[in-house]
Structures are given as C-alpha cells and as structure tokens.
Design a protein around this ligand. Structure first.
Ligand code: HEC
Length: 260
C-alpha cells in the first residue's frame, strides 16, 4: 500500500514535471514570437521607404523649419555614438575618424592630418561641402551614401535623431553654418500631421509576424533611410501581416508632405 502510494507520487511528480516543461516551452515560444515583429516592424518601414528598385530616398527636412525646434540636448546624447571614433573638440585630435569640430560647412575629406579614404575625397570634390542635407543623408547610412568610405558606422535610422544631432553638431563650430529661413510651405505641412516632424519610427507591431526570411531579405543599409512620414502612417494601419500592409499605404503624398 505504501509502495503504491509512493508510486503514485512518483508518477505525479513526473507528470508535473512534464507539464511544467510543456508550459515552459509554450512560454518560450511566446517570448520568441514577440521578437520577430520588433525586427519586422523596422523592416516594414524600410521596405516602404526603399520604394522602387531599392533606391532609398529620405528627403531631408526644411532646415529653417526643423533646426530652430530641434532638441540640441538630445543631439548631444546621440553624438556619444560618434565619440567612439571622433573627437569633437576645437583643435582636438583625429582618432579612428577625423576631428569633427566645424564639420558642417567644411569640404568633406579635408581635415588636416587625417588619412581619408579616396571615396571620401572624391565625395568632397563632388559635393563641395558638408551642408545640413549632406550630413543628414550621410548619417542615415554612411556606406550607402559615400561609396568606399571607411566610416564603418551603421547609421542613424531615426530622422529626428539625425536632426537633433545636426542641430548640436552645427554648434560645434567657431562659425556655425547659418540656419536658412524657413520655407513657409514646409512649415505648414509640418504642422498638419502632429508628430510627423518627430519622425519616430513605428512601434513594433503587435502581431505583425513577418517571417524572418522576409525581414532578412531587406538590405540593412536601407534601414537607415526610413522616410518619416510613411513610417508614421505605417504603424496604425498595419494589419496582422505587416508586409501585406505596404500597398495600402499613402506613400509619398502622406500627410507629412515630406518637407523639401
Ligand atoms: C566606427 C567609427 C566611427 C563612428 C562610430 C563614427 N564615425 Fe564618422 N568617420 C569615421 C571614419 C573612419 C571617417 C573617415 C571616412 C573616410 O575617410 O572615408 C569618418 C568620417 C566622418 C565624417 C566626414 C568628415 C570629414 O572631415 O569629411 C563625418 C561628417 C562623420 N564621420 C560624422 C560622424 C557622426 C556624426 C557620427 C556619429 C553619429 C560618426 N561619424 C560616427 C569613423 C566613425
């Protein structure tokens, strides 16, 4: 009798353990299931921004509109990412990358004493100077923007991060590049969709379980160039399968009116 009871207990314990295992598996599957959307959410915006034939377009904002309201303090924080390779002090040394004091407004590839890639020197001859817009495009995806650059930095996906950083970077200069007068049209457009100017990426879509394969297929460099307006509108409308949502969206004519 005792033995039988003991046997029951053992059996019960095993059963319990199995149940627990099963439950753990379920839980871990759930945990895993929440991960892909996070990635996919980003990629969706990218895929869209990439538009036709992978040509990425991330229209720079109207600087006269966005710079006066940019969060310079936040830009300083973003700049910490750059400090891994760049010194930003007046007269500071070159490091992995060139010193960036006064970089906005100067010709790319010309800081004394730094051995630039020929890609960067060529780029400098082509564009002439680091304007706000050129820095903006470069920081979205350095390697995509300047072919052959040795700046191995993935880029700043978030439009607002780049705007804030540029507002801060502009001040790291003995003669800051002047802020142009705002384009009234752009200012009006920026007001329409509240938050479009903020350009925050879509939050990960719950349930947008895009398969890994699809997400992986997108070029990572394209990631950097998410057009803000579409990113914005992307999230609320995205149905369960994020990828399928793309065609429904209002693209270039989105409310943000992609400020020129
Ligand atoms: C992993 C190191 C690394 C990081 C991180 C990095 N850079 Fe660079 N950066 C470089 C290198 C190297 C170059 C020189 C590129 C070349 O010669 O092709 C460069 C060049 C540049 C240039 C061109 C400078 C000139 O004189 O023409 C700018 C502008 C720039 N970086 C901005 C930034 C900003 C802003 C950040 C932070 C968001 C950043 N970089 C982060 C390594 C880095």
């Amino acid at each position: 009798m005792k033995d039988e009871l003991f046997g029951n207990k053992v059996f019960g314990a095993i059963l319990g353990a199995l149940l627990l295992l099963f439950a753990l598996r379920q839980v871990s599957e759930m945990v895993f299931a929440t991960h892909p959307p996070k990635v996919a959410g980003d990629k969706i915006a990218i895929q869209e921004a990439a538009g036709d034939a992978g040509v990425v377009a991330d229209t720079p904002p109207d600087w006269g509109t966005v710079l006066p309201t940019a969060d310079v303090g936040a830009g300083a924080t973003v700049a910490n990412k750059c400090k891994a390779c760049h010194n930003l002090d007046n007269g500071g040394p070159n490091q992995t990358g060139p010193n960036l004091w006064g970089v906005i407004g100067r010709k790319p590839g010309t800081h004394p004493g730094f051995a630039y890639s020929s890609g960067m020197t060529d780029f400098g001859n082509k564009i002439g100077k680091w304007s706000f817009a050129e820095v903006y495009k470069f920081l979205a995806g350095p390697q995509a923007d300047v072919s052959g650059t040795k700046m191995t930095f993935v880029g700043l996906k978030q439009r607002q991060d780049r705007i804030n950083l540029i507002a801060w970077l502009r001040q790291q200069s003995s003669s800051p590049e002047p802020i142009p007068a705002p384009d009234p049209k752009a200012a009006a457009a920026a007001k329409a969709p509240a938050g479009a100017a903020a350009g925050t990426a879509p939050a990960p879509q719950p349930g947008s379980g895009v398969p890994d394969a699809a997400a992986g297929a997108k070029a990572p460099t394209a990631a950097a160039k998410g057009a803000p307006a579409t990113s914005q509108t992307a999230s609320p409308e995205a149905p369960t399968t994020g990828a399928a949502a793309a065609p429904n969206r209002t693209d270039s004519t989105s409310p943000g009116g992609a400020p020129k």
